[in-house]
Design a protein around this ligand. Sequence first.
Ligand SMILES: *Cc1c(COP(=O)(O)O)cnc(C)c1O
Length: 430
Amino acid sequence: MKTKNSAALFSQACQVIPGGVNSPVRACKSVGCDPLFVAKAQGCTITDADGNEFIDFVGSWGPMILGHGHPEVIKAICETAPHGTSFGAPTALEVELAELVCDSVPSMEKVRFVSSGTEATMSAVRLARGYTGRKVIVKFDGCYHGHADSFLVKAGSGVITLGIPGSPGVPEDIVKNTLSIPYNNIEILEKTLRDASLDIACVIIEPVAGNMGVIVPELAFLRKLRELTAELGIVLIFDEVITGFRLALGGAQERFGILPDLTCLGKIIGGGLPVGAYGGKKAIMDLVSPVGPVYQAGTLSGNPLAMAAGLAMLKVVRRPGFYEELEEKSSWFAEKLAAIGAAAPVPTVLNRIGSMMTCFFTDAPVTDFVSAMKSNTEHYGQHFRQMLASGIWLAPSQFEAAFVSAAHDRTHLQKALDATVASLTKLAAA
Ligand SMILES: *Cc1c(COP(=O)(O)O)cnc(C)c1O
């Protein structure tokens, strides 16, 4: 595989951008190589700066559920741009997308658009604190909610990948109001939430964890979380930045039939442009300024290009049969993958729900942060490099999801399965 152009771009980038990347997970450090620079992508194919082509299972870390360059999304962007790219005043597109979001996501009555998932989660937490008049937030070990100060406690995604316990630059004063407890553990959950001395404003959770690799919660755990928070007047926030419009039109909350008070969205909702959103019950959302006193604002919020792209994307996923087809394809793929893993010379565990999955290099079930961390990241790194060499683009970290998109067909998926067999065999030989 030629990497001359990517290597040259990377060394140039390192001079002017920290680590040569604008988001740390892109750096590929944990898998023992340098990043490939992308030239273009179409459907499920991504092409790097040296002209190498790969089948993409990263999908820009979640947004590209239709694959890259979907004609309806591109058309919407191209038709919107000539009318102006930002006004700092409301537009019809925002209203239309807000109506579509509230109609799709069962617990959302009102929604506020922002420009990233991080902005959505930090704003939702501020709102929960404003609404309850309490201070403490509870999160779960290995869940990632963006890079705002209060979430960088036992966080997932790049924070695990790079082995950072918290982050310098985040004052003790801030993190002392964040409690992180184990995912899927009902006993610790109940004990923590019932401790009245804690002054808990909200619990924020990924209703399916995607940032320590995919971990599907036990239904009893999620139900208990809903029951307890309702009983104790604690705001329950579902961070559906990955799962929203991924697991169902109405996200994990629709799939599990459990409704949070507030929901955070991102990734898919922007059709590949920068968008986030938070929303929920009117009684809580009407505390947001200018109706209420909880301040939150954004110069580019509700940006017309991003709204147009998001609208086009949502219109496609709302068509009858979209999620059924994606589920059918993903379950076919995952069953084959699990069988390959089971026959492999090194132990693997496949976790999957819908079109998101992670193959962990470990021999025991992965149900929380501690069990995820038992994975053999050396094996993953080698597997990553071998898959890349066979034309399969996986996330450069064990602790991330692989996504199947509407653009993957059986031929693409079969190629990935064949590459997996070859790679796992070589792992054992090493
Ligand atoms: C990606 C992600 C975020 C952060 O979104 P950004 O757009 O990267 O700021 C928050 N929560 C979850 C669950 C995510 O996967």
